[in-house]
Design a protein around this ligand. Structure first.
Ligand SMILES: Cc1ncc(COP(=O)(O)O)c(C=O)c1O
Length: 409
């Protein structure tokens, strides 16, 4: 698809190291995800954490049209920034818990933003209600924080076996009801949504080229837990229907479970953030949209800064390792030239990255080598700009959050 020589010509347009997005591929990935949503009658709420480039968010909005509805954000300060840029319907997927965050949420509420805060416990309900009641103690305004209940979708086939992420403690319908009624009672909250993210399906690559022996086990977990997720999301949806609760959305899914989520009748919307860029980790899935339809759109290029011997070149920078359980699959993957590999002893380095090649005399100082990051969003914290190209031509250079001087963690 991308030849080394075409990418190399592009890399001459910008100082290296640099990030690149292939717009044709990005647009076609966005079309593909939007189409799956359209067919299933659901909307798409993209996860901003997996992009972190406002221009790319706007691009999704433009291409997906009405199928894209709202954004899944990772920080209340990010939500404030996005609102100031014209984005609205912002779901904070992770709870807030500090005074500074409550104060920012209040500012956003006063500004008229449509945003939803995440809760998963009576403590969250009490903290949000308390923070808002303090703020409006002396005035007559009726203000409410919109809240979404995060329901744990991990799979516990045995009492001691927890397969999935450790986030929300709400696992049963009874626990859900308790928090649901508590939220209903509060004069300061309005329950607007439910989120049930099936991380053990969406975030568990089962075709990993490292630790291959684990793949069948992971595949089994992904396959068997689907029924459980459908059942539990279904129970909650049924309860909400019976209670005639007027929520605005029920959210689930991720790039690694997009089609599965699209087929779940309980969900009204699906989240995916990495899909438009199709970072390396999403190659390691079987039978998913990511695997079947999406293509890699995101790369970074590092220049050769020295040539240590006839079989190696050394590149500048490169240590952009992704978060999560530490393993080889968290490293960036060499993309072009084909056949080049990382060394086992140094991997990707803080300042330099040695790479094994068939013949180092084929390369010169300054020549670029291209990588795909393991994850789609985190890499944006290392670069100020992304170069957006089409047909070997750079169309635009756009800032990342970092390039705008924004750091939300
Ligand atoms: C709550 C939630 N939903 C969805 C996703 C999926 O994001 P992506 O499509 O980038 O994998 C994530 C990722 O961690 C998440 O935390």
């Amino acid at each position: 698809m991308h030849s080394y020589h075409s990418l190399k010509r592009l890399a001459h347009a910008v100082p290296l190291p640099a990030m690149f997005v292939d717009l044709d591929v990005f647009d076609s990935n966005v079309h593909a995800l939007a189409q799956i949503c359209r067919i299933s009658g659901k909307t798409w709420r993209p996860a901003t954490k997996s992009l972190r480039v406002p221009a790319l968010l706007k691009r999704i909005q433009k291409i997906a049209g009405e199928t894209q509805k709202g954004w899944m954000c990772f920080s209340i300060f990010e939500a404030s920034y996005l609102y100031s840029q014209g984005f609205d319907d912002l779901l904070l997927a992770y709870p807030i818990s500090t005074e500074a965050e409550y104060a920012e949420a209040f500012k956003l509420l006063e500004a008229g933003c449509n945003f939803h805060l995440m809760v998963d416990s009576l403590a969250h309900i009490a903290a949000l209600s308390g923070a808002l009641s303090k703020k409006i103690a002396n005035d007559k305004r009726i203000l409410r924080f919109q809240v979404c209940i995060d329901v744990d979708m991990s799979w516990r086939p045995l009492p001691f076996l927890h397969l999935g992420v450790c986030r929300s403690p709400i696992r049963s319908l009874a626990q859900f009801k308790e928090i649901f009624f508590e939220a209903q009672k509060s004069d300061f909250l309005l329950l607007t949504g439910v989120m049930g993210y099936e991380a053990q399906i969406a975030g568990l690559p089962d075709k990993n080229r490292f630790n291959r022996w684990q793949n069948p086990i992971k595949h089994l977990i992904r396959t068997l837990s689907k029924k459980n997720v459908l059942k539990r999301r279904g129970e909650i949806a049924e309860f909400l229907k019976a209670y005639k609760a007027r929520l605005r959305f029920m959210n689930g899914g991720g790039t690694g479970s997009f089609e599965f989520a699209a087929q779940d009748p309980s969900l009204t919307e699906i989240t995916a953030g990495s899909g438009p860029l199709q970072s390396q980790l999403f190659d390691y899935y079987t039978e998913t949209t990511a695997q079947k339809i999406l293509r890699p759109a995101l790369f970074f290029a590092l220049p050769i800064c020295r040539i240590p011997d006839s079989k190696k070149v050394t590149l500048k920078s490169g240590g952009f390792v992704a978060s999560g359980e530490v393993g080889q699959d968290r490293n960036p993957a060499l993309y072009r030239p084909e056949g080049a590999t990382l060394t086992a002893s140094e991997g990707v380095g803080e300042v330099q990255t040695p790479v094994c090649v068939s013949d180092s005399s084929l390369y010169q100082l300054g020549d670029p080598f291209f990588f795909r990051p393991a994850k789609a969003g985190e890499i944006a914290e290392h670069f100020n700009h992304y170069g957006l190209f089409r047909d070997e031509k750079m169309e635009e250079i756009v800032p990342t959050y970092r390039g705008l001087g924004l750091n939300f963690f």
